[in-house]
Design a protein around this ligand. Structure first.
Ligand SMILES: *Cc1c(COP(=O)(O)O)cnc(C)c1O
Length: 392
């Protein structure tokens, strides 16, 4: 029988992999209302607490009054407006690159950059834990597509030896489900030695990482020569929506010519660019947000280790707790919710089978008291589910 969707859905349920969309009935923040229930949440990517910031909201409001609400057309037709242009210049300045190009989403930025740079006869090599949008981009590019072992420069080097054509090496900056960061100095060494290009998607690094929040390339002090293609998204620490690619003038001009997800889509609302410009100013000037976040991360790790939870090698706001079994992860997430805490269970195919986890994310909008409540809830739930919380 064709299209037996009922059977597919039933199988997904039976595997504990069925996805539900929690209904949010409040703005983003630590205190949310989800499915009618007030909860203390540790799941969003609003790392600096800007998604509901009064100044950002006001910038959006003023932008809508001045520029209207719709982009109206694609950038190449008549949709590229002054706020978009100013935001691109500010993003270029933040990243220390000559230019930046605004995309509507991070998914499209990745798709656009990879498919514009490589095609048939070329090679694209990716970390096997890269974000789905990067993996999809590699597949769609038509280039020879291969994945190397996670964060393993030796595994990459072996694949680089066999690479043909223009070779693009692609990695997440901060790995979105593990919270660890790419070993960029090693990847830079390998790519440069082979004349390949390195593309870094730093969706989770902009904001939390680097002395001024300019992400993992600032953290490691890497130049445009080291990382020719730099991607950032605006829906996470910037608190708004959209994404950008930063790099040389030639790179940006090439994307304008050849990146189909850039060309064939309506530009984002100009008012949104106004809001993002404001959040970028806050990201650059209010360093206490990054510092407070680091304090919370240390507090969480210390507390979680005392309880005996299995953390990952992460100093970023992404602090997953390894559970293993998908059913168990879902059960823990439900138990936390009954206590008024929201932490998402992450399962396959988002992460490899058998490595289900609770994905805790911390933000500058959280308080130390709230992190303490989370730790107490985790201690209770892990204890209740099994006498030895270590044995996931
Ligand atoms: C969230 C994310 C994206 C997608 O960005 P959107 O703007 O949400 O489409 C891309 N890459 C990584 C690593 C991400 O975490």
């Amino acid at each position: 029988m064709s299209f037996d969707l009922a059977a597919r859905l039933a199988a997904r349920r039976a595997d504990n992999l069925y996805r539900h969309r929690p209904l949010l009935d409040s703005p983003q923040g630590p205190q949310v209302v989800v499915d009618g229930q007030p909860l203390l949440a540790f799941c969003n990517n609003d790392y600096l607490g800007l998604a509901n910031h009064p100044q950002v909201i006001e910038a959006w409001r003023a932008g809508a009054s001045r520029w209207g609400v719709g982009g109206g057309a694609s950038h190449l037709v008549i949709g590229h407006s002054t706020p978009h242009h100013e935001l691109e210049e500010a993003l270029a300045d933040l990243t220390g690159r000559p230019r930046a190009l605004l995309f509507t989403t991070g998914y499209m930025a990745n798709l656009g950059a990879v498919t514009a740079l490589v095609g048939q006869g070329d090679t694209v090599l990716e970390d096997r834990l890269n974000h789905a949008s990067l993996l999809d981009a590699g597949l769609l590019s038509g280039a020879r597509f291969n994945r190397y072992l996670h964060n393993d420069a030796t595994s990459l080097a072996r694949r680089l030896e066999k690479a043909t054509g223009n070779t693009l090496v692609v990695t997440d900056g901060v790995f979105s489900m593990d919270g660890d960061i790419a070993d960029l100095p090693a990847l830079v060494r390998e790519t440069k030695a082979r004349g390949a290009w390195l593309m870094v998607d730093d969706a989770h690094g902009f904001g939390p990482l680097g002395a001024t929040g300019a992400g993992i390339v600032e953290h490691f002090g890497l130049s445009q020569d080291d990382v020719p293609v730099l991607v950032g998204t605006l829906g996470k620490a910037f608190g708004t929506a959209g994404a950008f690619v930063a790099g040389s003038d030639e790179l940006i001009e090439s994307l304008i010519q050849f990146a189909r997800p850039y060309i064939y889509t309506t530009s984002q609302p100009p008012a949104l660019a106004c809001a993002t410009l404001k959040s970028l100013q806050l990201l650059r000037s209010e360093h206490w947000r990054r510092e407070h976040l680091q304090t919370l991360i240390r507090q969480f790790r210390r507390g979680a280790e005392q309880i005996g939870l299995q953390l990952m090698d992460s100093f970023t706001p992404i602090q997953p707790i390894m559970v293993g079994d998908a059913g168990r992860a879902v059960r823990l997430s439900q138990m936390l919710r009954e206590r008024g805490l929201m932490v998402t269970a992450i399962r396959q195919p988002t992460v490899p089978a058998g490595s289900a986890r609770l994905r805790v994310t911390l933000t500058a909008a959280h308080s130390e008291a709230q992190v303490q409540l989370l730790l107490e809830g985790l201690a209770d739930c892990f204890q209740q589910l099994s006498p030895e919380p270590n044995h996931a």
